[in-house]
Design a binder for this molecule. Structure first.
Ligand code: AVJ
Ligand code: FE
Length: 439
């Protein structure tokens, strides 16, 4: 079939890229480790695998192509809303062998559907279903990030390796600590990004007063000074619920850190190593990020501030797709796609800087914002309420920018992630902001 606009090619390569990563994450440990629960916070890896295939079957084979269910009996097993993660090991899961056969069967049928879809550059059937293919590729990539978190929580020797990320750019020491973003309106969200999910839509004007934002994410070295200054012992810096967490769980540092006399080490994908001071801090909760910011005399940026810093071009007044412009990310722009198993040092990726010079907004670490996860004005849930709508409200905080574990297909200047403020097994860090004094 012809492929005007390259829609078919883009969808196929996004699906194939996601599956290569899934195969790596589920192929580097044995059967026992695939079915084990490495943490009550996570599913067994084999559940994620079956769920990836089941969502693909439901949204592409059944909804788009109108096919009959392949295995209707397993729908409920892989329904994330029916079963919380902690109880998934006790479900009648497909075995690793069965799950692999199932996802491969679904995928070969999906590629046939894609191949046969009538192409119509003018917004015909392929254009319309292109979103569904993009959504499913993003869904698989999101579960690949979830599986990478499971790998990080897993005990035992390393199962994954990757080359080191690039160093900080030579100009890092000369960068200003913060950047001014002048007050005024900008366009938040998108109505044109073809694979943007429901919560990123629609584009709408948003007025943001002047503020300063950190040029770089907060580093381990800076976070260590908070620890050494008694940050975890002083309720002044903490949200009451954050302080409650500190006391109940005796928190004293980010997750996976361990004190060895006067030095700190951390466990990273099965390897114990000294905490690298120049790297963005990772595995902190929203409460820890907020406490650090209070201690530093600053605050977390709101979600609108983060997006304006990342997308607004002060010259044209337009909102860009990415901090550097409208081109898709390359390995020169950002640390994405699990090419590396860690963030790059702060100051890396000079080519990925925003128009105002803010670095590493995309990739490296997810950045906590001050904001609750809420719908934009004009929000419409699609294709299902359970993707975003059921999570709206004060219980979930927004994270922006994506981590080293996020694939470019699931990462844009408009992309919104969310989680509970206590969560810290995720690849989360932050940067800080402050109000600009009125001129
Ligand atoms: C957007 C990362 C919060 O993993 O819970 C996966 C993505 N939604 N399957 C999640 C998602 C349905 C979601 N997050
Ligand atoms: Fe899912």
């Amino acid at each position: 079939m012809p492929d005007p606009g390259g829609l078919r090619e883009r969808a196929a390569s996004a699906l194939i890229g996601a599956r290569e990563r899934t195969r790596l994450l589920t192929g580097c440990v044995d059967e026992r480790e695939l079915t084990a629960q490495h943490s009550p916070l996570m599913s067994p890896l084999v559940w994620d695998l079956g769920h990836i295939g089941n969502q693909e079957e439901q949204w592409l084979l059944r909804a788009v192509a109108g096919q009959e269910p392949l295995r209707p009996a397993i729908d409920s097993v892989y329904d994330a809303f029916e079963h919380p993660r902690a109880e998934r090991p006790s479900l009648p899961l497909l075995t690793p062998k069965e799950a692999r056969a199932y996802v491969a069967d679904v995928r070969s049928r999906v590629l046939d559907v894609l191949d046969a879809a009538p192409a119509d550059g003018g917004g015909g059937p392929l254009m319309e279903s292109s979103f569904a293919f993009g959504m499913i590729a993003q869904h698989e990539q999101q579960h690949d990030e979830t599986m990478l978190i499971t790998h990080q929580l897993r005990r035992g020797p390393a199962a994954l390796t990757a080359p080191e990320p690039p160093p900080a750019a030579p100009d890092t020491a000369l960068l200003p600590a913060e950047v001014l973003v002048e007050g005024g309106p900008f366009t938040m969200g998108t109505s044109t990004e073809p694979w943007a999910l429901d919560n990123e839509r629609p584009a709408h004007p948003c007025f943001v007063p002047s503020f300063f934002i950190d040029t770089l994410p907060v580093s381990n070295g800076a976070y260590l000074r908070f620890i050494q200054d008694g940050g975890y012992e002083d309720p002044r810096w903490w949200h009451p619920e954050g302080w409650e967490q500190v006391r109940r769980h005796s928190l004293a540092a980010p997750l996976f850190w361990r004190r060895e006399g006067s030095t700190w080490t951390r466990r990273r994908f099965g390897v114990e190593e000294p905490v690298p001071e120049a790297e963005p801090v990772l595995h902190v909760s929203w409460y820890e990020a907020e406490a650090y910011a209070a201690w530093a005399g600053r605050r977390l940026p709101t979600e609108a501030e983060w997006e304006k810093a990342a997308r607004h071009d002060p010259v044209s007044g337009r909102s860009l797709r990415y901090p550097w412009g409208d081109e898709d990310p390359t390995p020169e722009h950002a640390n994405l796609g699990q090419r590396h198993l860690r963030p790059a040092p702060v100051g890396a990726y000079a080519r990925g800087a925003s128009r105002r010079g803010v670095r590493q907004l995309i990739g490296d670490v997810w950045e906590w914002t001050a904001s609750d996860f809420l719908p934009y004005p004009g929000f419409r849930a699609f294709p299902y309420r359970e993707y975003s709508e059921v999570f709206f409200g004060p219980g979930h905080k927004v994270l922006r920018g994506g981590s080293f574990a996020v694939d470019p297909v699931a990462c844009r200047g408009t992309f919104r992630n969310w989680d509970l403020p206590v969560r810290r097994q995720i690849f989360s860090g932050f940067r800080t902001a402050r109000d600009a004094e009125p001129a």
